[in-house]
Design a protein around this ligand. Sequence first.
Ligand code: 7RM
Length: 653
Amino acid sequence: MSNSIESHLQEDRVFKPSREFSKNARIKNMAQYTRMYQESIEKPGIFWAREAKELAWQKKWTKVLDWKAPYAKWFLGGKLNVCESCVDQHLKNGRANKAALIWEGEPGETRTLTYRQLHREVCQFANVLLAKGIKPKDRVMIYMPMTPEAVIAMLACARIGAVHSVIFGGFSAESIVDRLEDCQAKAMITSDGGYRRGGVVPLKENVDEALKKYKGVETVIVHQRIGNEGAPVKMKRGRDVWWHEEAAQVSAKHEAQAFDSEHPLFILYTSGSTGKPKGILHTSAGYLLGAYTTCKYIFDMRDDDVYWCTADVGWITGHSYIAYGPLANGVTQVMYEGAPNHPDFGRFWDIVEKYSVSIFYTAPTAIRAFIKAGNELPQARDLSSLRLLGTVGEPINPEAWMWYHTIIGGGRCPIVDTWWQTETGAIMISPLPGCTPTKPGTATLPFFGVDAAILDETGEECGPNEGGKLVIRKPWPSMLRTIYGDKKRYRDTYWKDYQGMYTAGDGARTDRKGNFWIVGRLDDVLNVSGHRLGTAEVESALVSHEVVAEAAVVGRPHEIKGQGVVAFVTLKGSTAPTDALNGELRNHVGKVIGAIAKPDEIYFTPAMPKTRSGKIMRRLLKELVATGEISGNTTTLENPGIVEDLRAQLKKK
Ligand code: 7RM
């Protein structure tokens, strides 16, 4: 990938929104942005109170912010039901019969739900959850394919004050167990399967396996997605029930009860620098406000837009930019179940043409895969409905940006490169499409209320083009509130580096115009196809195999995935390294974590390069993988001979 600092500095192509786009946009020029940004930083109470009025409140707040670092409370004294802002309010504002979700299954069937129909489904399912004894603050795990029911399940939890924790359908049974145990979930919502690349993902089977180890789940509600086309799923009597059978027994009417602004809304697990994923906790009003306002200003959502975010609901992008943000804005959105390359890489462009998508939000890794598949597929489709494009998940390399701009956007659509994290809840740094001049590769400027800066080790602010740590110096409404059940880790991970400031874990720099260029993670977290993956998680998966004594995992630049996973493995005793074992270990990681974590390359080594104190020199492995060489001094190593051996192995590749 060529998003090196050199290419950043050389990047001098500047793209400005067309006069036409600016004229119709909410934020039309930089003066307006600057004015509003200043207000949002200097008088956050006034700024956010004005925005928050657009949400549905049952009781108005008395105080906008209470900040005792690192703990924030927003809209104290206020009461609302998040689901009411996303669904109920649209029944009264003229959108009742407007399409909320236009869904397309991978095999090709489509379903449309209006806001009224969505309301009915959510109310009915909320009643199912209530009938199963789910109470406010109970944790409910959701493990589903990309179907409307996944969104309905999330909204129904929110409606009754239960805390959902969605787990990506690509994760394995063992990953489910870890998360169930961590959040002590009481119920599970899943499907009999989901379609992916023509095959069926056995979601219920994985749940069954997970529940052999975790016994706290009392109810499993199974949505029937596959039916007779898949292997019949086993239903455990007294525990497992069918969604449609339960729904048929309850009313479709439900009054949304109000919860405190800081009532927990969801826990979402994300990778950190240890083997144990962090349960990021988000609460109600502030989170919703972040998702709502970023959709409104960054995607500039309109009543006649057809919006499509290609993320999975198992990631934060699916929470904020499929479930909560777009629905709070009352927009029409497309939701697609399957893979981008099924039946071929033209599928996304078919969908854009078919539903006249106007706002399209995807990941750089997908764009790179499309580039590789050629221009013929997008060029064979009418993409003229598009007016705005977005990217998220990793730095976008200028080549991919230019291709997206010209081939998909026809040269006329602004691109919003949006930087944010599971922890931030909503987009933090991004162009505003009607005013911000963009350059390929930069997420440009902070959103309203976001006091972003780049600091050096001493806490001084870095000058232009000086690399440092990205921090946020003030609390913002959609910030994480804690790591579920682990306040110490919350403080240690995000608030230790600089007094009262949030450390994002990303390295970045600004240019002379103040644009933020995100370089990448500073910790041991990889970004594989836009998915966060801790090297420690992969290492512990490898070590859980009976023949593995030790493992070290590093990233390496990968043409499509952004980063690939490279593993170094030391085998136990007399086990011989073979190609077959190599394959077996890859599959083992797939089984323990999920397919996204499978190493691209595994190298066997009789020992790891270690310091005299016994620490694996990961930095050295990283350098070896990236350049094939070791520049520094290796004499401090316990076992310098190992490096020679590894260098030779990597050369052969
Ligand atoms: C939304 C999401 C967060 C990490 C973050 C960065 C990287 C995300 C961008 C980006 C450069 C971007 N949440 N990242 N967006 N890097 N430019 N526009 O991805 O929690 O899964 O990952 O992703 O390293 O820290 S996440």
